[in-house]
Design a protein around this ligand. Structure first.
Ligand SMILES: Cc1cc2nc3c(=O)[nH]c(=O)nc-3n(C[C@H](O)[C@H](O)[C@H](O)COP(=O)(O)OP(=O)(O)OC[C@H]3O[C@@H](n4cnc5c(N)ncnc54)[C@H](O)[C@@H]3O)c2cc1C
Length: 395
């Protein structure tokens, strides 16, 4: 394990330190870092990881409510962040498997009925049911409120029609938390959340999508998909709030995953720079290399401070819109630079397929886009600043 001194920072408690260290030991012994290099196809590898993470009790941190299999009554943001950071250091796919169980069931933890919690959360925590979060559409990505997928009320049922795309776990999920336009009001106030079982009549996987860092991803089509009222999550017209509250937790954890990727890149770079010989010295003996390593280390600490500040604040019950946006923007953007520097330090070895730094180079890219692209995070931060300035009357 790399330098763990950050586990003693005041944002974290002793139990967090123990969690991170024990997960690291478990991951070292159990996680297959390169399933694709060994010819394992993505769906199979991902399902296997969910089952393993569930079997070893790590997924209990992805859900809230001890009666429903959760590790605590509410989701511990710092715990989730440390788990994602640690898993990301070992394997992008393991981090993905953990994160999607949380993101895909977060709306149920936060707003689900007792019956929904009883039906879904224990299976998510055990790894026996795979969760997915279906918000984006072909014409509604950053502009979520432009969504068109429709939910029409018919007696004690809703009928869904439309498409969702870029849905992680699409094709292997057992259920999808789906956000659809139910029409109570225009824009963001006319959206409702539902939980839809994968086998529901009228739900089909329209397309499987291959991406730069392979993981299960699909476009879903709903054609007169009839679901009982009992599958609605929260109140009608409150779906946008449900989605945003879920993303508030998991946006910070995307930053934590980026941090894990960056830490791994620095470890790899240090190992290579201190062993690679050239010009009768090691690569690390050159000041140009030292400058790179210094930039990488400082960027990692800056990102970590923002991640654990946001996570700590949320665990104190604070609103973290600005802090989560800052953490995500800085951690994902700087991780991309740290990883690129690591590839450079490796030379040709850095671009060999399935070399650790080559995998990291692909793993990090999408994090700057999903759960709010960097540009969207900038707008959020600026909006909060301006709102505050207007409220206080100070610049
Ligand atoms: C690997 C992966 C997994 C995903 N998993 C899921 C999932 O599980 N569930 C789900 O619902 N969605 C998922 N998504 C979708 C993701 O949330 C969207 O891709 C994201 O919200 C951006 O939407 P978009 O791709 O339509 O890009 P667009 O909205 O078309 O934006 C394109 C680009 O425009 C820029 N931009 C955006 N807004 C502004 C602005 N106001 N001003 C200037 N520039 C701007 C940004 O650079 C952005 O990347 C996933 C995406 C990827 C890549």
């Amino acid at each position: 394990m790399p330098d763990t001194s950050y586990l003693d920072w005041p944002f974290l408690e002793q139990r967090h330190k123990e969690l991170a260290l024990s997960l690291d030991r478990w991951a070292t012994a159990n996680i297959d870092e390169a399933p694709h290099a060994r010819g394992l196809e993505t769906d199979h590898a991902c399902i296997g990881l969910v089952r393993e993470l569930g079997g070893a009790n790590w997924l209990r941190y992805a859900v809230g409510g001890q009666a429903f299999g959760g590790s605590a009554e509410t989701i511990d943001t710092r715990g989730v962040c440390l788990i994602r950071e640690t898993l990301a250091r070992h394997s992008g796919l393991a981090d993905f498997a953990f994160a999607m169980q949380g993101l895909g069931s977060g709306a149920i933890t936060l707003h689900g009925s007792e019956e929904q919690k009883r039906l879904y959360l224990p299976r998510v925590a055990a790894g026996s049911a795979i969760a997915a979060f279906a918000l984006s559409e072909p014409d509604a990505g950053s502009d979520v409120a432009a969504m068109q997928c429709a939910a029409r009320r018919e007696g004690d049922a809703y009928v869904l029609n439309g498409e969702k795309t870029w849905i992680s776990n699409g094709g292997i999920a057992d259920f999808y938390v789906v956000f659809a336009r139910s029409g109570e009001a225009p824009g963001a106030r006319g959206i409702t959340a539902f939980v839809v079982d994968a086998g529901a009549t009228g739900l089909e996987i329209a397309e499987r999508i291959e991406v730069i860092a392979p993981h299960p991803l699909a476009r879903l089509r709903f054609s007169d998909c009839r679901i009982p009222l009992s599958q609605r999550i929260g109140e009608a017209g409150q779906g946008f709030k449900v989605a945003m509250r879920t993303l508030d937790i998991f946006r910070t954890s995307v930053a934590a995953a980026a941090l894990g990727f960056a830490r791994r890149a620095l470890d790899e770079a240090l190992r290579h720079a201190t062993t690679r010989r050239m010009f009768n010295r090691t690569l690390a003996d050159f000041q140009l290399t030292q400058a790179k390593l210094a930039d990488m280390a400082a960027a990692i600490d800056a990102a970590a401070l923002l991640v654990y500040r946001a996570a700590w604040l949320r665990d104190q019950g604070a609103s973290i819109t600005r802090e989560a946006a800052m953490a995500k923007m800085v951690a994902t953007e700087s991780a991309q630079q740290v990883i690129d520097a690591a590839v450079q330090i490796f030379g040709a070895l850095g671009v060999v397929s399935e070399a650790p730094v080559e995998r990291l180079y692909r793993d990090i890219r999408a994090l700057r886009i999903y759960e709010g692209a960097t540009e969207v995070q900038k707008l959020i931060i600026a909006r909060e600043l301006l709102k505050n300035a207007a409220a206080t009357g100070k610049p």
